[in-house]
Ligand binder design. Structure first.
Ligand code: SF4
Length: 688
């Protein structure tokens, strides 16, 4: 028997746990957590534990498929690639759009970015960070000059008080939750704000249950109390920030007194006072947030508001502090870093900057130039264009994304995708989106290839090949290189290995410049920025100055604004959405993992006990949830763990897809949809 252990990095959440895949006779059959990992210290959550199960699923794509007369027919690579090149050559650059993927590696995202801008000459490239943390990228870049988590995961243990808002950390980033518990064991306090009494709430010293969409009011109220009592860090404010007087003028308004914020948020005034005092007096405080903060029409304001609080207290640039945006997917940080965004090349070098444009044009050497230095469509704008202006975008190339379940207002998204003249989907399973494609290309998963991914803490870690891919599936970047070659650009994509791609990334990206595969071999890998090959990497950002032009952090005066859609007589409840510990996003991998799928086989809607009683709804009863955008039938989960007036649905399950209900209203800057708050009603299903 041939048995080996291959160390790799988890393909699910942005924590970046590493484990050893157990490989028996060239097949992955198990996983064992890596005890040498400084991230997960020999533990994994259920998803990491069973991350090997989908790898050899019989449902994996094994060969290219071409749709003929409405049916998929197996095709050769030559046939599929030739068809793609022929179609895309026939479109003008602005008629083409590409969606990259937070699930695939840095190398794949870089290749997709280069294909879009170099071979297709289009400016329209984006990926699903738009749907989860585009507010973080925009908000933190605006105030700190860098749109990423400021501190590292191990560093959370150094905190004296941890304030989590809008993140069910213990379920969504369980191994970060473990760090929070380690900090608590050392004496730290945990303040937790969320509409649901989640597993994270159960560990909190102070639990603030609030109405979804009142985040800025709550954070302003904290600052109101801090400044009123003179607890702000005057030295930090004076030396490292700008805009304090303008901020103070807003947060000190009576609107943000605890009594008034109680009316907005539902949190008792006394609790707001107590939490603000404990947090301010801790001296070392880490703020953690996730999509509860970002997925709002005021997502950027919410993010900036978290930064305001940390700057007012001087909780930045040192251990145990920071604005810690917990990124969702395994490589959403990396996909952003790789420039799979409509406004930047790698390392956030702006496409509208002529110097950056020339740098990439010269380095890539396309004989006919690259896409003009202009911003492209965001995913959410793209879907609107597809639905509302059919024919503007004719060719769509999607790698590893499933907008047919992940996007808000799914009927609208489906309408848009069906309007596309020619769609290519490259994935590991025949997803709901792939079913609509004209050509489907089989890709390798994390266990079948070398590569890198960048976790939420900016740690760049390796994937290592453990087994061969199924059928004739290929590496994502290799497929992209083949398409580029068929478009006439073989020389520009002449990589032989994943390492070749990474070396090109490092060459062009200042924050990755000092990295190479050899340096990434060590257990702790490297945090960006790592500008030189002798640089140790940067676990904590902004220790001396911020990355803004003058080095100062920008305090932003922000007023609270209500969500785009609030409850009314017809739709009297707030619907919020999220994940559960057993599943991941659109379920592409977890629902093909027997253990995870058996544990939680379908979705549900959480309803407060009193609301259920008034509506006459029983626990587990199949009911109808309805918003202005659609309706789904879904089992009720009657619970005291959710606030009266608020309902919650996980968004993983196609048979009761929460995103048929969600609102596609957007944050005006980040263009992120308001997944976290819309108006809903529920009805009993009438018997036939
Ligand atoms: Fe994977 Fe995240 Fe679980 Fe770690 S916490 S094992 S990275 S899903």
């Amino acid at each position: 028997m041939d048995l080996k252990f291959v160390q790799t990095t988890c393909p699910y959440c942005g924590t970046g746990c590493t484990f050893n895949l157990v490989v028996k006779n060239n097949k992955v059959v198990g996983s064992i957590p890596n005890t040498r990992s400084p991230v997960n210290l020999g533990k994994t959550c259920p998803k990491g534990t069973y991350a090997y199960e989908f790898v050899n699923s019989k449902e994996r794509l094994t060969t290219p498929l071409i749709k003929k007369e409405g049916q998929f027919v197996e095709a050769s690579w030559d046939e599929a690639i030739a068809l793609i090149a022929e179609k895309f050559k026939g479109y003008k650059p602005d008629e083409i759009a590409c969606l990259s993927s937070a699930r695939t590696s840095n190398e794949d995202n870089y290749a997709m970015m280069k294909l879009a801008r170099g071979a297709f000459k289009t400016r329209h490239i984006d990926h699903c960070a738009r749907l989860c943390h585009s507010s973080t990228v925009a908000g933190l870049a605006a105030v700190f000059g860098s749109g990423a988590m400021t501190n590292s995961i191990p560093d959370i243990e150094e905190s004296k008080c941890i304030f989590i808002i809008g993140s069910n950390t213990f379920e969504q980033h369980p191994l970060i939750g473990r760090r929070v518990m380690k900090a608590k064991q050392k004496g730290a306090k945990l303040i937790y704000a969320d509409p649901r009494y989640t597993p994270t709430a159960k560990q909190a010293d102070i639990y603030l249950q609030f109405k979804s969409g009142s985040d800025v009011a709550i954070l302003n109220c904290f600052m109101h109390e801090i400044i009123k009592n003179g607890w702000e860090n005057k030295e930090f404010i004076a030396n490292r920030t700008t805009g304090f007087e303008e901020l103070k003028a807003v947060v000190m308004k009576d609107d943000y007194s605890p009594e008034n914020v109680e009316k907005i948020s539902g949190i008792p005034a006394a609790q707001l006072r107590e939490a603000a005092e404990i947090y301010a007096k801790a001296g070392t405080g880490a703020l953690l947030y996730s999509m509860g903060i970002t997925q709002h029409t005021v997502g950027v304001d919410n993010v900036k508001s978290t930064a305001n609080l940390q700057m007012v207290l001087g909780y930045l640039g040192r251990p145990g502090c920071g604005v810690n945006a917990l990124r969702g997917q395994n490589n959403v940080q990396g996909a952003c870093d790789m420039g799979a965004l409509p406004v930047v090349y790698t390392g956030y070098q702006k496409v509208i900057d002529p110097v950056a444009h020339k740098k990439f044009e010269d380095a890539w050497g396309f004989p006919d130039g690259i896409a003009e230095g202009a911003n492209g469509y965001e995913v959410t704008t793209l879907i609107n264009v597809l639905a509302d202006n059919p024919g503007e975008i004719k060719g769509l190339y999607i790698m590893g994304e499933n907008p047919m379940l992940s996007d808000p207002n799914l009927h609208h998204a489906e309408e848009g995708l069906k309007n596309v003249e020619f769609m290519v989907v490259q994935d590991i399973f025949l997803t709901e989106t792939a079913e609509l494609a004209d050509v489907v290309l089989p890709a390798t998963c994390y266990a079948e290839r070398d590569g890198t991914q960048t976790s939420t803490e900016r740690r760049v870690q390796k994937w290592r090949k453990a087994q061969d891919p199924p059928g004739v599936a290929k590496l994502d970047w290799k497929i992209i290189a083949d398409v580029a070659a068929a478009m006439g650009y073989a020389d520009q994509f002449a990589w032989e290995t994943s390492e070749d791609v990474f070396n090109e990334i490092a060459e062009l990206t200042p924050s990755y410049h000092g990295m190479n595969y050899e340096r990434l071999e060590k257990p702790e890998a490297l945090h960006w920025p790592c500008p030189e090959t002798d640089h140790p990497g940067t676990p904590i950002l902004h220790t001396q100055k911020f990355a803004t032009p003058d080095g100062l952090g920008i305090l932003s005066p922000l007023e609270w604004k209500a969500p785009a859609e609030v409850p009314d007589a017809e739709y009297p409840f707030v619907l919020t959405t999220g994940r559960c510990i057993w599943h991941w996003h659109t379920g592409t991998m977890t629902r093909n993992s027997p253990t995870l799928d058996t544990e939680v086989p379908t979705g549900w809607i959480e309803i407060n006990v009193e609301d259920a009683k008034e509506l006459g709804i029983e626990d587990k009863e199949l009911i109808k949830a309805i918003t202005r955008r659609g309706e789904v039938e879904v089992p009720a989960k009657v619970t005291e763990d959710i606030m009266k007036g608020v309902m919650f649905m996980p968004f993983h399950f196609k048979e009761c897809a929460a995103n048929k209900l969600t609102n596609d209203a957007l944050d005006p800057i980040a263009k992120i949809p308001e997944f976290k708050a819309c108006a809903v009603k529920v009805e009993k299903i009438k018997e036939a």
